[in-house]
Design a protein around this ligand. Structure first.
Ligand SMILES: Cc1ncc(COP(=O)(O)O)c(C=O)c1O
Length: 289
């Protein structure tokens, strides 16, 4: 069956989906995006994703293309038309189309596009074994909190870990701390069982999964500290893990070729995986409200 997309008011098969060449998304990467998972035809953490979308748009002075309620209805209609119960929903909003000029004209009409992708959540074997990552320089701009479609440094960083054994590239900024991954948030667990992760400031994208995991940790008395950590601290850590919409909570057992702790998923990470799985079930269980 053809994959389904939505382009500026129209639902159509993805292979027929087209955008204007003059769209500022294409010309200047002038836009934002969101990716949300759905299961049992229910969006996971819908309100958090829409909140972040509104924050990103506001930071770039791009208006919402429609009301939040209307956008939610479109998201659900796209899911229904995709005939998928589980998957990833990708949406992008650009400032719109205009003759190419750095300065944008007043009153532009934003353009919304959306697509549905099959689920690519990690399988049981990967979750049980954990993954390997490498580190590389963080070469991004000063507003990583905006979920901008301008992802070139992220794309180039991820290319550095483009082998089947590696899952991600973690980014080290000019002060020597790990900010996050190219498309994931980064965490370590100290030998005392404390979770450390970079604060959700302008240097990282505040992941929806990150927020949920930190809330779950705090409500289960697992200590959390939000600060940057160095690769050296990571070398001495007991555990590490990453989070994202498409990875959930995934153990990181090797960094730059060195084992983290004993090289297997640790107890705190496994506990958080279980808590997060439960959160997914609660949010998307068929009989949930
Ligand atoms: C740079 C970056 N950090 C973190 C994340 C994880 O965010 P979320 O948990 O909302 O998927 C993403 C997701 O795309 C990302 O691009």
């Amino acid at each position: 069956m053809a994959r389904i997309s939505y382009v500026d008011g129209q639902f159509l098969p993805s292979h027929l989906a087209q955008v204007a060449m003059q769209d500022r998304g294409y010309q200047f990467a002038d836009g934002v995006y969101e990716v949300a998972a759905f299961m049992n035809a229910r969006l996971l953490d819908e309100a958090r994703h829409l909140d972040r979308l509104e924050r990103s748009l506001a930071a770039l002075a791009i208006p919402m293309p429609m009301t939040r309620r209307a956008l939610t209805l479109k998201l659900y209609e796209l899911m229904r038309r995709s005939h998928q119960r589980d998957g990833l929903l990708y949406l992008q909003i650009t400032r719109g189309a205009a003759p190419r000029n750095h300065l944008w004209p007043q009153g532009m009409r934003p353009v919304l596009t959306m697509s549905v992708f099959p689920p690519k959540f990690p399988g049981a074997a990967l979750r049980a074994k954990g993954c390997a990552v490498i580190t590389a320089a963080d070469e991004r701009w000063a507003r990583c909190d905006i979920k901008s479609i301008s992802l070139l440094p992220n794309v180039l960083a991820r290319k550095k870990s483009a082998t089947p054994e590696l899952r991600e590239t973690w980014l080290v900024n000019e002060t020597g701390v790990i900010t996050e991954g190219s498309s994931t948030n980064a965490f370590l667990v100290t030998t005392q069982g404390k979770i450390i992760t970079h604060p959700a400031d302008h240097h990282i994208l505040g992941g929806v999964t990150r927020d949920v995991v930190l809330e779950l940790a705090r409500s289960h008395q697992i200590p959390v500290e939000e600060r940057g950590f160095t690769p050296r601290e990571l070398a001495e850590a007991a555990e590490a893990f990453l989070t994202s919409t498409s990875n959930f909570v995934l153990p990181v057992v090797v960094v730059d070729g060195n084992k983290v702790g004993d090289g297997t998923p640790g107890t705190v990470t496994r506990r958080l995986m279980a808590l997060y799985d439960h959160h997914i079930e609660q949010e998307t269980y068929e009989n949930s409200a």
